[in-house]
Design a protein around this ligand. Structure first.
Ligand SMILES: [Zn+2]
Length: 282
């Protein structure tokens, strides 16, 4: 039997899975991300060997933080400082003798949700709301890319926001007023002085308002049929949080039909499942 490999290389953990030709996960491994590129690569290779066993590997897909060059497969994930200009595609294709494809984690998660989350929209926006924030936009299942393959950064739009502590709003990109700085895990910690899971009710309402204003902008610009939201902050806030944000969006969105807004169906496996879909599509 042959297998296809999916990798989700994150700033805190690395997940690797082997799947059959239908995308069913057969074996999976998970390890903490280290601070060393050499150690991470050694871990990735030993996890691949463990999940594949004696089976032939026919393709690999990987999700990793940007920025990256998706065509040449050269990656420099922002939150993994030892990974700079790593020719991941070349390294993996030489080591494993199979096609390897890598993309920005939010794009890969969008593919996972589209393929396995029961999405049938021709214009589909997926948002990750975790430590940071990002999105992937699919048109008929294909990734929408900007100029020269640039990844659109929806987390770095400015919005009309509410904040009890506005002087603490500061984005890691350097701008003072990004959506990510208001609603991501790191932004929440900076503004409210504690993690999302410890927010009080009125603070959740403020975060939901700001997410809703972001959704309103994204709905106005992309005019999607469906927006799915995943990541730890979204999952932690749950259905009530998503509904509050959707209400703000609907109240302020006038000329474009309001999209359906829902929580991701795949939980923490969205990017891993998307990586498997990419491996199979080769
Ligand atoms: Zn920013």
């Amino acid at each position: 039997m042959a297998v296809w490999i999916g990798l989700d290389i994150g700033g805190t953990k690395i997940m690797v899975a082997a799947a059959d030709g239908e995308g069913n996960i057969l074996h999976r491994e998970r390890r903490a991300t280290s601070t060393s590129l050499r150690e991470d690569l050694a871990n990735v290779n030993s996890m691949i060997a463990a999940v594949a066993g004696d089976e032939q590997i026919l393709g690999m897909g990987a999700a990793i933080g940007g920025p990256l060059d998706w065509e040449r497969g050269i990656v420099s994930p922002l939150h993994q400082p030892d990974w700079r200009n790593v020719p991941l595609k070349a390294l993996m294709e030489e080591k494993w003798s199979c096609p390897f494809q890598v993309d920005v984690d939010t794009n890969v998660a969008a593919i996972g949700e589209y393929r396995w989350g029961g999405v049938s929209a021709s214009r589909f926006l997926y948002l990750t709301l975790s430590t940071g924030m990002g999105g992937g936009f699919l048109v008929d299942g294909k990734i929408y890319r900007g100029r020269n393959g640039a990844h659109p950064e929806v987390g770095h739009e400015a919005i009309h926001f509410r904040c009890a502590n506005p002087s603490a709003v500061q984005c890691e990109c350097g701008a003072p007023d990004c959506l990510e700085a208001l609603i991501s895990g790191n932004g929440i910690r900076r503004i409210y002085g504690r993690p999302a899971e410890e927010l009080r009710r009125e603070e959740w309402e403020e975060v939901a308002y700001n997410l809703g204003q972001g959704l309103r902008n994204m709905a106005a610009l992309y005019a999607p049929e469906v927006i799915s939201i995943g990541g730890g902050v979204a999952v932690g806030g749950g259905a009530r949080f998503i509904e509050a944000a959707r209400n703000v969006m609907e109240e302020h969105l006038k000329l474009v039909p309001a999209p359906q807004v829902n929580l991701s169906q795949l939980g923490y496996d969205t990017a891993l499942r998307g990586a498997i879909a990419m491996a199979l599509n080769r």
